[in-house]
Each structure stands twice: as C-alpha cells, then as structure tokens.
Design a protein around this ligand. Structure first.
Ligand code: IPE
Ligand code: IPE
Ligand code: MG
Length: 245
C-alpha cells in the first residue's frame, strides 16, 4: 500500500531533476547475513527482494535506466557453493519475476561476459529479454551486469574495434564497442554497505557520475533510501569541468 507520505515525496522529487540513469552496486549481502548469524546465501536471497523494491521506486520516479551490479568478473574467486547459490538465485528470479516486469512495462537486459554462464541460464536471460521487449518504449530499462568488470569491458571493446579494422577511435566511436553502447552515462551511482569504492564497476561510464553511499546493507535497501539518494542528487551542482552547470 502506498502511504500518503511516500506519494508526497515522489511528487516533490518528480518536480525536480530526476536522474535518467541510476547505477547501483548492490553490496553487503554477506555482512547483512553475518550480523544475523545466517549463512551468506541468506543475504543474497533477501537481496533479490531489495532489487524488486528499487525497480518499483525507480519506475515510479521516472528513472529511465537502472543498471545493477549483480556479479563481477572478480566474484568467481568466491567459494563454489556461494557461486552456485547465486546462479540458482538468478535462475529463480528469471523464472518468477518476468510476468511482473511485463505487467509494469519494464525491460530487462543482461550485460557482461554472459558466455561464461550455463546454457540454461543463458537461455533464461535471452527469453526474459525477448519477453520484455515492447513495441512502445518501456517505462524503465533494468540492465543487470553479470560477469561484468570495467577493465574487462574496456579491453573487450578495444579488441572488438580492432577486429572490425577501426584505424582511429574517438571517445564517441569507442563507446559503441562497450556493453553499454547506446545507453547514456549514469547520472547517479549508489553503493550500499558502507564500502567507498567502485570495485571495477562502469569505469569508463562513471567519469562524471554523482556518487551516493550508504552504510545500509543491500537486503535492507528500499524505496525510501532510493528517494534519499535522488534527493541528494537534486541538491548537487554538476559542472563537468566548467564553472557552471
Ligand atoms: C553483494 O554482497 C553481492 C555480490 C557481490 C554478488 P556481498 O556478497 O559482496 O556481501 P559483503 O560485501 O560480503 O557483505
Ligand atoms: C562488487 O562488490 C560486486 C557486486 C556488488 C556484484 P564486491 O563485494 O565484489 O566488491 P569488493 O570485493 O568488496 O570490492
Ligand atoms: Mg561485497
């Protein structure tokens, strides 16, 4: 149920400058679980719910792109059992949540080194993308970054450019070879769990992104905190090297 206060907050924010593209480093699942004496996997399971809440809030505020870091190129260093649980969770999410996305006119996309995932999981991703492709433009596009690393992406892009025989690249032509080709750069980047680093996320794209950090762990993240981040964004002056915004 939507409280009156939530509705008022949303209206106020919508009257201001809404970030078109929000990126999120969904961190702190393990910490959240450890604090409750639960296995790390319990934190990951709860994290999926937080993603649903944030997707709803982003759509309600009129955000156009939500890009979430779900699994990094470095996360393969984790114990096999944890990796397996995460893969099972991605599959469960895809089996259960697609009708909801369709109902709310939300498009889902998967970006990263996807070939490293099992064929059934790759198939689920492809089906979800197809089912959430609409004739009219979507309300919100959620980009799920999987087996993603900013450095790997830049090297992959450079190799892709070489392969098609590019002789001289510009910033504009180079971005066409990134996984995020066609997307605007993120306006706002949120990281949970109190860690103040990028951990190899969107290195190229975040050159002029505004950052917002919270000590809250990802499973506790909700619409209220998302609105708090957007409010902080609206108070900032983005200059991008010039003297005025
Ligand atoms: C983020 O939570 C989820 C993934 C990296 C897949 P973590 O698992 O990194 O949780 P912490 O940072 O150890 O608390
Ligand atoms: C970044 O978090 C990756 C994701 C949230 C998917 P990590 O937990 O892997 O980052 P570090 O290891 O704390 O830098
Ligand atoms: Mg972490």
């Amino acid at each position: 149920m939507l409280s009156i206060w939530t509705d008022i907050q949303r209206r106020r924010l919508r009257a201001g400058n809404i970030p078109g593209h929000v990126a999120v480093i969904m961190d702190g699942n393990g910490t959240w679980a450890a604090r409750r004496g639960l296995p790390r996997t319990a934190g990951h399971s709860r994290g999926a719910e937080a993603l649903r809440r944030v997707t709803t809030e982003a759509a309600a505020l009129g955000v156009k792109y939500l890009t979430v870091y779900a699994f990094s190129t470095e996360n393969w260093k984790r114990p096999q059992a944890e990796i397996r649980h995460l893969m099972d969770l991605f599959a469960k999410y895809l089996r259960e949540k697609v009708p909801d996305l369709v109902k709310n006119k939300i498009t889902i996309r998967f970006l990263g080194g996807l070939k490293k995932f099992s064929p059934p999981l790759q198939k689920l991703m492809k089906t979800a993308e197809q089912k959430t492709t609409y004739a009219a433009s979507p309300l919100l596009t959620v980009n799920v970054m999987l087996n993603y690393g900013g450095r790997a992406e830049i090297v992959h892009a450079a190799n892709a450019a070489l392969k098609v025989g590019e002789k001289k690249l510009t910033e504009e032509t180079f971005t066409k070879y990134l996984f995020t080709a066609g997307l605007p750069d993120p306006d706002l980047l949120i990281r949970t769990s109190g860690q103040l680093r990028l951990s190899n996320f969107l290195l190229w794209q975040s050159a002029y992104t505004e950052f917002w950090f919270t000590r809250k762990c990802w499973p506790d993240f909700d619409g209220r905190l998302f609105r708090q981040a957007v409010r902080s964004f609206q108070r900032r002056q983005r200059r991008q090297g010039a003297l005025h915004a």
